[in-house]
Design a protein around this ligand. Structure first.
Ligand SMILES: Cc1cc2nc3c(=O)[nH]c(=O)nc-3n(C[C@H](O)[C@H](O)[C@H](O)COP(=O)(O)O)c2cc1C
Length: 179
């Protein structure tokens, strides 16, 4: 699959098989993350945590579900792998670190699509508990970092349908071309 086909094919996956992804697949996702652009080359202000431990995932799911008022609902859809992207907020208040995280997230999503994995970008769960000390402790984040976004990752229950960019609705984002 080429990059444009992967862009068109990507869809948020919210049903996963329980089977864990292969280490070789995770490695590709991590390589794709490393290929992301980053404002001012500040890669050292970014941090990736990959959680595949079933007990930690179960506790996290229960904790986040409760915080969100939906204790039975897994905010990451019981995916067997959960990637948490964290960043160090800038001293000058610039929000570029959030954009940096977004770039890494998208690279990982496109790579996942290309190798037949399902994924979904998660914000709600982290937005509710960004500073929870127990959660931050689990992630073992460097001092001053905070969790910004998460990616559920796994084999989709239903494989994604391959699409081309031409198949997509072109009006999702209002666009004006000024010549
Ligand atoms: C910044 C961001 C935050 C999102 N947060 C969530 C979330 O917390 N839970 C969820 O199920 N989907 C979340 N999504 C996925 C969007 O709902 C989804 O991308 C959008 O509806 C378009 O559908 P598609 O991804 O299938 O094209 C998020 C997407 C982005 C980019």
């Amino acid at each position: 699959m080429d990059a444009l086909t992967a862009l068109a094919t990507r869809r948020s996956t919210r049903k996963y098989k329980a089977e864990q992804i292969k280490d070789s697949e995770l490695e590709i996702i991590m390589q794709a993350a490393q290929a992301s652009p980053c404002g001012k080359n500040a890669y050292s202000d970014l941090h990736i945590s990959v959680i595949q431990n079933p007990e930690i995932l179960k506790n996290l799911s229960e904790f986040c579900g409760k915080e969100m008022g939906t204790p039975q609902f897994s905010p990451f859809y019981n995916s067997p792998t959960l990637i948490i992207m964290s960043a160090k907020p800038k001293a000058d208040g610039q929000l570029v670190y959030v954009a940096d995280v977004g770039c890494v997230m998208e690279n990982m999503q496109i790579a996942a699509t290309e190798i037949g994995l399902g994924c979904v970008y998660l914000w709600a769960m982290l937005n509710r508990i960004p500073q929870d000390p127990k959660f931050v402790e689990t992630l073992n984040l460097p001092e001053g970092f905070k969790a910004i976004s998460a990616l559920a990752l796994g084999y989709p229950e239903t494989p994604l349908v391959e699409r081309s960019l031409a198949d997509l609705k072109q009006s999702r984002i209002q666009t004006q071309i000024i010549k």
